[in-house]
Design a protein around this ligand. Structure first.
Ligand SMILES: C[S@@+](CC[C@H](N)C(=O)[O-])C[C@H]1O[C@@H](n2cnc3c(N)ncnc32)[C@H](O)[C@@H]1O
Length: 216
């Protein structure tokens, strides 16, 4: 175990935890692509993308529909299978643009410069492995390419039952601090608010958004 990880942390990053979650209902997420991905990537010319922690594949599918060649990475084969089934239902042309890959982000990293877009949406880890992963992800961005990292911002209290997740939240500034300013232009580092309807009422949440472009 990494010294910075508790048993509880590790449990939430393991295949059996996520296979159980994804196996517990036909769909656990909305099925829509993440709005920050749509907002930031719609203007980019398609190329090679990796979606890290791809879940049920809504982001990978949205990218492939726009002509991106996508590698979807997740620890859960159950989630990857759902994504692949959904892509197949959309059509062969889109489905063949996506490679569904089971990998553990505690160890996995892209080859240097392999992708024009590296996206990680709500991929939460404790601080030490988070910094290590995001550094590896940055190394995977090709010259002129984009790093887009979005996650829960620590300004919000985690919902009841998920309080131990608080240390897995991060700011865009923290991620930007991992990047060499000589090699990177930080395009966006903010934390827009959004409202979410929960059974106990409407709550305001903030998403940390880091978009950076590797200088060509
Ligand atoms: C909060 S979900 C986000 C899913 C998707 N990106 C989205 O925004 O809807 C986190 C995802 O990370 C994946 N994950 C968790 N631990 C992982 C690990 N160690 N390696 C790879 N993926 C992991 C989970 O299976 C899950 O799909």
């Amino acid at each position: 175990m990494l010294p910075s990880m508790t048993d509880d942390d590790l449990r939430m990053l393991r295949q059996d935890f996520w296979d159980d979650r994804y196996g517990s209902s036909p769909q656990i997420w909305s099925g829509n692509p993440n709005p920050h991905l749509v907002d930031r990537v719609a203007r980019l010319a398609p190329g090679r993308a990796v979606d890290v922690g791809s879940g049920e594949g809504a982001d990978a599918l949205w990218l492939a529909e726009r002509g991106w060649r996508v590698t979807a990475i997740d620890v859960s084969p159950v989630a990857l299978r759902k994504g692949a089934e959904r892509a197949a239902a959309v059509g062969a042309e889109v489905a063949e643009r996506i490679t569904w890959t089971r990998a553990d982000v505690l160890e996995w990293g892209p080859d240097a410069g392999a992708f024009d877009l590296v996206s990680a949406q709500f991929m939460h880890l404790p601080p030490e492995p988070r910094a290590a992963l995001f550094t590896r992800l940055a190394a995977g961005v090709a010259p002129g390419g984009t790093l887009l990292i979005v996650g829960h911002h620590p300004v919000d209290l985690a919902p009841e039952g998920y309080r131990h997740l608080h240390h897995m939240r991060f700011t865009a500034e923290e991620v930007a601090g991992l990047l060499d300013p000589e090699a990177w232009e930080v395009v966006l580092a903010d934390a827009p608010a959004r409202t979410v309807e929960r059974p106990d009422g409407v709550v305001t949440m903030h998403d940390a958004r880091l978009e950076a472009r590797r200088r060509a």
